[in-house]
Ligand binder design. Structure first.
Ligand code: HEM
Length: 194
């Protein structure tokens, strides 16, 4: 049964790609198409970070325990959408002109932190297989705690690029803070129950 659920969730996760493809096809991107596509994938990266972080609390607070079975897939979608977001910036916005890109990374703090978040996603994606879980044992859990840092970096990236926290960056930051706080509570409970 869970196998079918996984296929459905996998297909649903492709919605951001389908939605923007439809916008492109029907020429609905507005006056700044590259910006629109970049923002679309940036926002969906943040949404997938929130979804990934929400799986453990959902398992804890609902009667269903299948939530964590989707965590790896959602995490890989975070990497996928972050990479598309980055490629649009590098390829479409700057046409692979590396000097201004490097300048941006070094001088604009929101690019620097966004890029750092993407770099931190690489070890998570590279170690997401069952084989790596077995190979790395308890170190695997340590490495995958990087998702908390990535979530904070992602929300800082949004606040800094927006130059104000109001309102969408604030909403995402609050969601991320609540999800991180719930994880701390979950961990404490686990310790109390031995
Ligand atoms: C985990 C990684 C990342 C997340 C969660 C993320 C998230 C976001 C979000 C939410 C937006 C704004 C969307 C909106 O306004 O609706 C955005 C915009 C943007 N991001 Fe990212 N991003 C990430 C990585 C990166 C990387 C690696 C780069 C480039 C090196 C980058 C460059 C940009 C740029 C240039 C914009 C548009 C800024 C503007 O409008 O002037 N992001 N990103």
């Amino acid at each position: 049964m869970i196998k079918y659920f996984k296929v459905i969730v996998f297909i649903l996760c492709l919605w951001p790609l389908a939605a923007i493809s439809l916008n492109i096809y029907f020429d609905e991107l507005g006056p700044e198409p590259i910006k629109k596509i970049m923002h679309h994938f940036g926002e969906w990266t943040l949404i997938f970070i929130c979804l990934t972080l929400a799986m453990s609390p959902l398992k804890r607070f609902t009667p269903f325990n299948f939530w964590t079975k989707f965590r790896r897939m959602l995490g890989l979608y975070v990497f996928f959408y972050a990479t598309v977001h980055l490629l649009i910036y590098v390829g479409l916005d700057y046409r692979f002109d590396w000097d201004p890109i490097l300048n941006d990374v070094l001088k604009k703090k929101y690019i620097y932190i966004g890029f750092s978040a993407w770099l931190l996603l690489i070890p998570l994606a590279a170690t997401s297989s069952q084989k790596m879980i077995k190979l790395l044992k308890h170190n695997w859990k340590k490495i995958h705690k990087l998702i908390y840092v990535i979530a904070v970096f992602g929300s800082l990236h949004y606040i800094w690029l927006s130059k104000t926290i109001f309102f969408k960056p604030l909403i995402y930051s609050l969601i991320i803070l609540v999800l991180l706080a719930l994880r701390i509570r979950i961990k404490k409970k686990d310790i109390n129950y031995g």
